[in-house]
Design a protein around this ligand. Structure first.
Ligand code: ZN
Length: 293
C-alpha cells in the first residue's frame, strides 16, 4: 500500500492531529543509502516526524531538519515540503547497535544526546525561520515533541516508529503528531494524556498494521475525530544534472579548467538521494564557457 498522511481536527476543533504511514518512503531512503538497522530507524523516525511537520506548510514552503547528537551516525538531515515530498541522509549510514532494554532499535545510542535538533523553515521569503533545541533523549519522537513545545510553543506529542527486517530492509514505518490548540478544555487535555500513556508504543501499532486512521482513532477515540485531508507522501529528491551543472559553473573558470586538465571529467553525487551525475570533458568545456568569473 502506498504511503499517506492524514490531517484531522478533534474535540470540536481544539486539537490538531496528524498520522502517517511512511514505510515506502523510509524503505526508499534505506535502499539509496544502504543504512544499517539502527541508522535506518534514526533516519526514518526523523523523516516521518519532519513529513508531518511540513504538511502544515503551504505552497512552496519547506523545512530542513538537522539533528546532530554527537553519536556515531553523525548528522541526520531531512528536507520535507508541503506536498509530502521528503528526502534525507545521515553522515554514517553503516551504524547498528544491539536492541535496547525495551527490545527496540537503540536509536539514542546511534544519534547521541549531546547536541541539537534544528529546523529551518523556508517560507519563500528572504527571511528564514530557524528554531533550535537541545536534544532531550536522542530517541527523536521526544526530541521533536520538545522542539514543538519549546521552540514553536505548541503543546504537542509526537510518536514515530520504524521496524526493520532481518535483511536490513524496512518492514514498516509511521507515526502521529497531536497538537493542542489554545482553547482545548482541561478535560480534553487530561483525556488525551491518559490515552497516550495507556496505548501501546507506536512501533507496536505499526507492527500490527494499524492505518493512519486507526492510529488516530486509538489515540483520540474515533467519535472525536474529523478527518480533513488525506495526501500521498513519498521519498523525492529535487536534484538534477542541471542543478549540478549550475554548481560547477559557480566554481568559476579557473576551477573548472583545473578539473578538465587534471581529470578530464567530473562525477558529482547528490548527498540526499545518492544519484551520480557524470560530466564529460566536452560538457565541462561547455560549462567553463558559461562561467562568469
Ligand atoms: Zn538527489
Amino acid at each position: 500500500m502506498n504511503d499517506y498522511l492524514i490531517k484531522a481536527l478533534a474535540f470540536d476543533g481544539n486539537v490538531r492531529a496528524y498520522a502517517i504511514s511512511s514505510t515506502e518512503m523510509v524503505a526508499e531512503a534505506q535502499r539509496r543509502h544502504t543504512t544499517w538497522p539502527t541508522a535506518s530507524a534514526a533516519m526514518g523516525r526523523a523523516m516521518t516526524a519532519s513529513t508531518m511537520m511540513a504538511s502544515s506548510l503551504k505552497g512552496q514552503e519547506k523545512i530542513t531538519v538537522k539533528i546532530e547528537g554527537g553519536g556515531p551516525v553523525g548528522a541526520i538531515i531531512v528536507d520535507a515540503d508541503a506536498e509530502g515530498h521528503t528526502r534525507a541522509y545521515v553522515s554514517n549510514p553503516h551504524v547498528h547497535f544491539d536492541l535496547n532494554e525495551q527490545g527496540k532499535l537503540d536509536v539514542a545510542s546511534a544519534v547521541g544526546r549531546d547536541g541539537f535538533l534544528s529546523v529551518v523553515k523556508d517560507i519563500g521569503m528572504r527571511d528564514k525561520f530557524t528554531g533550535q533545541v537541545p536534544l532531550v533523549s536522542g530517541e527523536l519522537g521526544e526530541d521533536f515533541t520538545y522542539y514543538l513545545v519549546t521552540s514553536e510553543q505548541v503543546p504537542s506529542s509526537v510518536g514515530v516508529g520504524v521496524l526493520v527486517n532481518p535483511d536490513n530492509t524496512i518492514l514498516a514505518a509511521g507515526g502521529f503528531m497531536i497538537q493542542l490548540l489554545p482553547d482545548a478544555a482541561e478535560e480534553t487535555i487530561k483525556f488525551i494524556e491518559k490515552r497516550i500513556q495507556n496505548i501501546p508504543p507506536i512501533s507496536k501499532l505499526i507492527e500490527q498494521g494499524y492505518s493512519p486512521e486507526e492510529i488516530l482513532a486509538e489515540l483520540l477515540g474515533e467519535e472525536n475525530i474529523k478527518i480533513l485531508d488525506k495526501m500521498p507522501v513519498s521519498f523525492e529528491c529535487s536534484c538534477s544534472k542541471d542543478r549540478f551543472a549550475n554548481g560547477i559553473i559557480g566554481l568559476g573558470k579557473e576551477e573548472v579548467h583545473k578539473m578538465i586538465e587534471e581529470d578530464g571529467e567530473a562525477e558529482t553525487v547528490c548527498h540526499f538521494c545518492n544519484a551520480h551525475y557524470h560530466f564529460s570533458k566536452k560538457e565541462l568545456t561547455e560549462l567553463a564557457s558559461q562561467t562568469k568569473v
